[in-house]
Ligand binder design. Structure first.
Ligand code: SAM
Ligand code: SF4
Length: 454
């Protein structure tokens, strides 16, 4: 019953999305809304001083062409824009260095746009980042299948990049054409995956689901191809139809047809049946090869990080403990101008708490737990940094290293209550604990998702 209700709701969401995209929009609503935000709110990112392992996300907003479904902000690649942009990002890094001092950087991720288009610029940015900060985590980058060759693989690998996420989207040449994906076909996408894996990259691929021309059997055929490569991660990306895309304008003119919502639900059912029975485990938003689950703990690249420094035009950031979200300016020119003038290019931001409120909270919790305010701050920072949890699990040793105290002592004087919280969750099979870790029972979560879609 519950499953049917959720299914109907999902179909409603898919249909509503398409209906919204059919509405004639004379003025570009999204651009309009974003420009509104450009009225700069004076704002200075609140980075907690004693936190470690901040994630850095760097936006590279250049593409060779515009794919039919893609609403991401990007410019056509042009030499004269690339160089000033790379220089501007380097300046933004220096601004953060002046603010953060020796704060440790955890993972670094280059998204876009298409970072692989200007991989030399990306490497320059990494070198600059390294000369300012110690990078404790891994470096990941988004690549387009067209750009993958020996030369770029070697250059990225030598620069210390260990993870790549590649937008394959489909292995079917006809579907790729409809998507306006240029410069590769199904066969060359397979070769690109093989090369990336041969070169030792931890490799994830995106495959779109719900696009024109797709059927349950074409989705399954894509999955079969992907599974044969034994790629580390497969991310089936549900098509979100956005107003500012080629498909949205074709939809309004009746020039493109999408598979019915009912069919899309069947595609998801097929995905949920096929991948787990072919060596892939569901893990947060993607599917991970069982071998990959052993090799690497961290999941999809920007996911699971609660402290993100966003750099580059239109990049988003999020900083605990003031629960502050912020977004860089949406204008390329304003971005370059701001950093050249030594200003953070942040355009919008909001904090849920201010420092005075935070101090009060630390003080009260400290009294309750019988520990100092700075210890409360440190423990809360660690607890809020979900990057630590990786795949819905807490590594006990890592937790102790970061917070200075074991999970079983985290509540100070009130630690005797911890077993009372954990016991019912363990008894219900929701969490599992051993000497190394505490983790959410993934079978339970997978079971619930499968139940909903079946
Ligand atoms: C920045 S792109 C990937 C890197 C590179 N630019 C490329 O296209 O190969 C990130 C991913 O977002 C996903 N994506 C983009 N637009 C989407 C949409 N409208 N609905 C669902 N997924 C989308 C695609 O799967 C794409 O691979
Ligand atoms: S899918 Fe990738 S290549 Fe295509 S427009 Fe979006 S960011 Fe650019």
């Amino acid at each position: 019953m519950m499953g049917k209700l959720v299914q109907t709701a999902l179909m409603g969401v898919i249909e509503a999305n398409r209906a919204i995209c059919r509405i004639p929009i004379t003025k570009n609503i999204m651009e309009g809304a974003m420009k509104g935000g450009e009225v700069v709110i004076p704002f200075d990112p609140q980075i907690p001083v004693n936190s470690d392992g901040a994630m850095v996300y760097i936006n590279i907003p250049f593409c060779k062409g515009r794919c039919a479904y893609c609403p991401f902000y990007s410019f056509p690649y042009a030499e004269e824009r690339v160089k000033p942009y790379v220089e501007a990002v380097k300046k933004e890094i220096s601004l953060y260095k002046a603010k953060l001092g020796d704060t440790k950087i955890g993972d670094v991720y280059f998204g876009g746009g298409t970072p692989s288009l200007l991989y030399e610029g990306v490497i320059e940015i990494i070198d600059h980042l390294r000369s300012n900060f110690k990078i404790a985590g891994e470096i990941g980058v988004e690549v387009h299948p067209r750009d993958v060759n020996e030369e770029i693989c070697d250059a990225l690998s030598n620069a210390g990049i260990s993870k790549v996420s590649m937008g394959v989207e489909s292995f079917d040449d006809e579907e790729l054409k409809i998507m306006n994906r240029r410069g590769y076909d199904g066969d060359s996408a397979i070769k690109a995956i093989e090369l990336l894996m041969d070169k030792g990259f931890y490799t994830g691929i995106d495959l779109m689901v719900g696009c024109p021309g797709q059927t349950v059997s074409s989705v399954l055929s894509d999955l079969e191809t992907a599974v044969k490569t034994e790629v580390h991660q497969i991310y089936p990306s549900p098509l979100a139809l956005s107003p500012d895309t080629l498909w949205a304008s074709q939809l309004k003119k009746g020039k493109v047809e999408f598979p019915p919502a009912r069919e899309v639900i069947k595609m998801w059912r097929a995905i949920l049946d096929f991948l787990p029975s072919n060596g892939y485990e569901m893990s947060m938003a993607c599917f991970k090869h069982k071998r990959a689950a052993v090799e690497k703990k961290k999941d999809y690249f920007t996911m699971g990080h609660a402290f993100i420094i966003g750099m580059g035009v239109r990049a988003f950031g999020y900083t605990p403990p003031t629960l502050t979200g912020y977004c860089n300016t949406l204008s390329f020119e304003e971005y370059v101008k701001a950093v050249n003038e030594g200003r953070f290019p942040v355009a919008m931001g909001a904090s849920i708490l201010n420092q005075r409120q935070l101090d009060k909270i630390y003080h009260s919790i400290g009294l309750l737990l019988g520990i100092g305010e700075r210890d409360v701050e440190r423990r809360l920072n660690v607890l809020m940094d979900t990057g630590l949890y990786g795949d819905l699990r807490i590594d006990k040793e890592e937790f102790k290293k970061r917070s200075g105290v074991g999970v079983d002592r985290v509540l100070g004087n009130l630690s005797f209550l911890i077993p009372f919280f954990l016991f019912p969750l363990k008894a219900l099979g929701i969490i599992e604990e051993d000497s190394r870790e505490i983790k959410i029972n993934e079978d339970l979560i997978n079971g619930i998702t499968t139940e909903i879609l079946s």
